[in-house]
Design a protein around this ligand. Structure first.
Ligand code: ATP
Ligand code: MG
Ligand code: MG
Ligand code: MG
Length: 562
């Protein structure tokens, strides 16, 4: 591509409304422009990187047998009503009406669409398992769109959905997705970690988030250097220490089934007013000890909590969806902070932990990065403690460290929630009708792009890993007016292109200093500068990443390019 013919508007100044490096650099280097809050245009360079990331995702999905398709962004409200999510999704779901006053949503996620489609098309076990995916624009009216592409209101997601006869079959697909995700993020050049996560509103069981490690990440992860342990600290209670006393205490209270209890009962039981700090309660359900943790510091709607509480006791997976503040798909919460989850505890003493974070903080967000003790008072009923840096993990799993992460992807075992609601059944080999078991798997493609920049830049600009770079080679002349330089550059431009190498050719009549600065900013991995020795066929060859440079004869160039 010739720079003179492209739209590549670089900026010298750091845009004032961009707080983090990826946002600043993508704007400055001319990859994106904001159209509205949280809504971006991808300029030619940005689109090329997006395509590269998409292609990596596509290859790895196809490698594990997933089929690409494309679903509509425009989704009828009726479908969302069938699962109950029209009412529960909250303001993050963009809603609109057509000319006949029929209601629609702009797809924030596609469980409804895909499940209804598969329900209509797949009737027999012979067609299962089945995994479908798409790469498509999603809409979420985020309360606080920020950090450029990291949290947009319109963004590109890869979402995959798998359908199964059995949970065992789901496990197999889940594991291969997990592996595919690891491949994708490695190929994108990301330093990442997969962590166990909160299955939240999706009501699933197992779920992992893939976190690109970065100080600007909105999540905190707890991990250990000496074992595989890694968790979103939203999952922190998982390793909280449940003491014998706590267990005895629960026995003592002889709370049998708690499913008729309301949050007020919990509060009464605890002798605490609601919404003040962290509270815990234990009771038994089906011979399993259940621990309820409530936390929050704001006024909340009792009804919601009541529902949440009840829901969390009964099959959390399905009932939880009735809480009208539980938000976004794929397990995240909406802008309002009510969160219910069941965590399986490693320690046999307590089989389930129901973690109810009630109320929202000042911005109306859930406690995504809440720091027990700092953000709310810890007032435990039993000896429950949240994980902290330096903690020793059980079973020789090592010492806990904390790091910040950007959630670039998430894999979920959904179970049968959507299939149940939408009636997605199949006939098994004995002709018996069963409900399908599902998994769903998301990757923020545009967020991944920004995360790469977050991890790959220096003071002069972006340093793209070659696999995702908009071009492999940036070709420029010191002085475009010098005939021999222009001639060699043109020659190289066409010969490299004919070898399938992607070249951005800065053919502008700018000063060399301007071209170099732009080139550093844009961050293409290999730079070829045609200068003084053009007549002898010699150029300067420079690696963007480490600044290494050498003089090469034009015939040697190709061997240097990956
Ligand atoms: P978050 O916790 O950051 O709000 P999420 O858990 O709501 O994300 P999912 O529902 O799991 O997101 O969606 C799948 C993927 O889509 C996420 O892992 C993330 O990479 C990406 N994603 C989600 N919301 C956004 C957004 N507003 N802008 C860009 N990418 C997003
Ligand atoms: Mg998620
Ligand atoms: Mg999330
Ligand atoms: Mg979200």
């Amino acid at each position: 591509m010739r720079q003179s013919e492209s739209l590549l508007p670089t900026l010298k100044e750091v845009p004032t409304d961009a707080d983090i490096k990826s946002h600043q650099l993508l704007l400055r280097a001319g990859f994106i422009r904001q159209t509205a809050s949280g809504v971006y245009s991808f300029l030619p360079l940005g689109k090329r990187v997006l395509r590269k990331v998409e292609e990596i995702v596509r290859e790895e999905m196809e490698q594990i047998g997933a089929n690409e398709m494309l679903m509509p962004a425009l989704q009828p409200a009726e479908l969302w009503r069938e699962t109950g999510r029209w009412d529960v999704y909250g303001p993050e779901l963009m809603r609109l009406k057509d000319r006949h006053d029929r209601e629609f949503a702009l797809g924030a996620t596609h469980e409804e669409v895909i499940t209804s489609l598969v329900r209509d098309e797949v009737k027999s076990y012979k067609k299962l398992p089945l995994t479908l995916f798409q790469i498509q624009t999603k809409f979420r009216d985020e309360k606080r769109p920020r950090f450029g592409l990291l949290r947009g209101r319109e963004f590109v997601m890869k979402d995959a959905y798998s359908f199964h006869e059995t949970y065992e079959s789901l496990d197999i697909t889940y594991n291969s997705m997990y592996q595919a995700y690891s491949n994708i993020f490695s190929r994108c050049g990301l330093n990442f970690r997969a962590v166990i996560a909160d299955s939240g509103a999706m009501g699933g069981k197992d779920t992992h988030e893939f976190m690109a490690l970065s100080d600007v990440g909105e999540d905190t992860i707890a991990y250990s250097d000496t074992s595989d342990y890694a968790a979103n600290i939203e999952m922190a209670p998982v390793i909280a220490s449940y003491t014998k006393e706590a267990v005895e205490l629960a026995e003592l209270q002889k709370v049998e089934t708690a499913d008729q209890k309301t949050m007020q009962d919990v509060a009464d039981f605890l002798g605490h007013p609601l919404n003040k700090g962290l509270k815990t309660l234990m009771f038994k359900v089906d011979e399993k000890l259940v621990l309820v943790v409530t936390r929050g510091d704001h006024e909340v709607n009792d009804i919601k909590l009541k529902n949440l509480y009840q829901a969390s006791i009964v099959e959390l997976a399905s009932e939880q969806e009735t809480i009208d503040t539980l938000g976004a798909g794929f397990g995240s919460l909406g802008p309002v902070g009510v969160n219910g989850k069941v965590d399986v505890v490693a320690d046999n003493a307590v089989e389930y932990v129901v973690n109810v974070s009630c109320g929202a903080n000042e911005n109306g967000y859930h406690y995504i990065n809440a720091n027990p003790g700092r953000d709310f008072e810890i007032d435990t009923y039993a000896d429950l403690r949240f994980i902290q840096e330096g903690d020793e993990l059980p079973e020789d799993q090592g010492i806990v460290k904390f790091a910040r992460g950007i959630e670039v992807g998430q894999v979920f075992k959904l179970g049968d929630f959507y299939a149940n609601k939408l009636g997605a059944t199949f006939l098994d080999d004995r002709g018996k009708s069963n409900t399908m078991i599902m998994g769903c798997y998301g990757i923020g493609v545009s967020r991944t792009l920004a995360s790469i920049v977050e991890q790959h830049h220096d003071e002069s600009g972006i340093t793209w890993p070659v696999q995702v770079a908009p071009f492999q080679v940036h070709l420029l002349t010191i002085n475009a007016k010098k005939e021999e330089q222009k001639k060699l550059a043109e020659e190289l431009y066409s010969s490299l292109k004919s070898l399938g190498i992607e070249v951005l050719y800065d053919d502008r009549k700018e000063r060399a200093g301007v071209k170099f600065a732009d080139s550093d900013l844009i961050g293409i991995p290999y730079r070829i500068t045609v200068g003084k020795r053009a007549d002898e066929g010699y150029v300067e060859f420079k690696l963007r990443e480490n600044g290494e440079q050498s003089e090469l004869h034009q015939s040697e160039i190709v061997n240097k390019i990956k």
